[in-house]
Write a protein that binds this ligand. Structure first.
Ligand code: PFF
Length: 444
């Protein structure tokens, strides 16, 4: 598609809500709480905030600049600015989209199922056994396929009349749900213990590189960075937008929701006395502990739990849409496919790739480690080097279009050149080590 006919966001808030919709998702609730629980609570939260500001924000602005400047999907955007040699790295982004959406959709399928069950039958008393029964196997695959069908349908509708419409309708609802839930849990006896666990920090843990790696991976995952999702959304953006402002708005909203979601999850878990399960089951923590709490709360638990699951479904859907859009926009721009066929063919291929994750939690965990941690951090490193060194001053000029402040942009370029790459190299090293260990463990 040529630039002249490229689709664009229609309304003022369309892009912002879609980008926030991409960022806010299962990462904020499922992944954030399980990563925080695995890494000692407060220490993790602290590092996550630092990394979001120092590494996440600069990479977000890099993606916005590349996307809006080139008006192209990720692969073409890298080729546009860097030449053909960069094509394989763009392909890496599309590959990350494939892997992440494949298992993300399986988890989304769990949430849809829980939401439907909350409405129809309530939460079962034996949450652990229930999760065990539904997390893997044919039912998990079936719900995954339903979810992928929904995602493909929205993406086939296009930017303004598909993605934007859904985001504008659903994101405010998600904000209201999360705030309402956080207000409700303040009324529970015993919630204080949860706030304390969540917000106090043992600073010795901050020095642990394992925590650093997980906090960085989580910052990228949660902000939808490192695989061109924000880049792709920005490619449908006009030249009137102030990019540094957009970056700040999206990152702050994402952090806000993650933080408030923690203010829902931890007090609930502690007030109901189910905290032992958080460390016992990591990947499924949210899907075992919380339903258990909801079941114990009786009738009100069903309502609160149902609303919580609804918030999860909304977050998951708008994020999954952005993951698929990366792949679909690449097929449209690179292969000349029509949007409708691109959405269904790519959605179908990703649905197939998700089948192993639906059949086995080990496969799902491995895909999360490789896609969610490794590929995103690698992508972030590539983006920072590309925009910082290859584009350099050109990136500054693009950033200024729409009113970006020059001093802020100078600081940004400095961070992209000298701060982000070394931090990400360290993180990547630990991530590689852990992924290798996981692969060896799974296959030995
Ligand atoms: N940011 C999403 C979440 O927090 O759930 C997940 C995600 C979406 C990651 C899009 C990466 C991406 F490109």
């Amino acid at each position: 598609m040529s630039n002249g006919t490229r689709e664009h966001w229609s309304g003022g808030l369309g892009f912002t809500l879609a980008a926030v919709g991409s960022a806010v998702g299962l990462g904020n609730m499922w992944r954030f709480s399980y990563m925080a629980a695995e890494n000692g609570g407060g220490a993790f939260v602290f590092l996550y905030i630092v990394l979001t500001a120092l590494v996440g924000l600069p990479v977000m602005l890099a993606e916005l600049t590349l996307g809006r400047g080139s008006q192209k999907s990720p692969i073409q955007a890298l080729v546009h600015y860097g030449g053909d040699a960069w094509r394989p790295l763009g392909a890496l982004f599309v590959a990350a989209g494939f892997v992440i959406l494949a298992y993300y959709s399986v988890i989304s399928g769990w949430t849809v199922r829980y939401a439907v069950e909350a409405a129809l039958t309530g939460f079962p008393q034996d949450a652990g056994a229930h999760f065990g029964a539904i997390a893997s196997g044919y039912p998990a695959v079936a719900w995954h396929l339903v979810f992928m069908g929904l995602v493909s349908f929205v993406v086939s509708g296009g930017i303004a009349s598909g993605i934007e419409r859904v985001s504008v309708a659903l994101m405010p609802l998600l904000g209201v749900l999360v705030l309402g839930l956080a207000a409700y849990v303040t009324t529970l006896d015993g919630a204080g213990e949860g706030y304390r666990y969540y917000l106090t920090t043992d600073f010795r843990e901050v020095l642990d590189f394992g925590v650093l790696k997980d906090a960085a991976g989580q910052a990228f995952f949660s902000l939808s960075l490192g695989m061109g999702a924000i880049l792709t959304y920005a490619s449908y953006l006009g030249r009137d937008r102030n990019l540094p402002k957009e970056a700040l708005l999206v990152a702050a909203s994402d952090f806000g929701v993650a933080f408030i979601a923690g203010m829902v999850v931890f007090p609930l878990v502690f007030a109901l006395g189910v905290q032992g399960d958080v460390s016992a089951s990591t990947l499924g923590a949210l899907f075992v502990t919380l339903p258990k709490a909801f079941a114990q709360m009786g009738g009100i638990g069903r309502v609160i739990g149902g609303l919580f699951m609804l918030a999860l479904v909304v977050g998951a859907l708008t994020s999954a849409i952005s993951l698929l859009e990366v792949v679909v926009s690449s097929a449209i721009d690179g292969l000349g496919w029509a949007r409708r066929s691109a959405a269904w063919v790519c959605g179908g291929a990703i649905a197939l790739l998700g089948v192993p994750a639906g059949m086995s939690l080990d496969a799902l965990g491995l895909m999360d480690q490789i896609g969610g941690n490794l590929l995103l951090v690698l992508g972030g490193l590539v983006l920072s080097l590309f925009v910082g060194w290859r584009l350099g001053e050109r990136a500054l000029e693009e950033g200024e279009v729409g009113g970006g402040n020059r001093a802020v942009l100078r600081l940004w370029l400095f961070m992209l050149r000298f701060v982000v790459p070394p931090v990400l190299l360290i993180v990547l090293w630990y991530s590689l080590k852990e992924s290798a260990a996981l692969v060896i463990k799974l296959f030995s």
